[in-house]
Design a protein around this ligand. Structure first.
Ligand SMILES: [Zn+2]
Length: 64
């Protein structure tokens, strides 16, 4: 885990791990998705964010 990355809360739906990823297939502008690592979970990432920070803030808000 990179030291600059703020802690992510666990998935509010299944309690599993969550992660931030760069959205695939997009190079400019770079977008990020965030969500549960479980593809079958309702918390699986669907929304794209412009920054990693925004993604984490949105996730932690939903997971709180
Ligand atoms: Zn989940």
């Amino acid at each position: 885990m990179p030291p600059k990355t703020p802690a992510l809360k666990t998935c509010p739906f299944c309690g599993g791990e969550a992660s931030v990823k760069q959205a695939p297939g997009i190079s400019s502008p770079v977008m990020f998705t965030i969500g549960c690592l479980d593809e079958s979970c309702i918390g699986f990432p669907a929304t794209k964010f412009q920054t990693r920070k925004d993604a984490i803030a949105a996730w932690n808000k939903r997971a709180s």
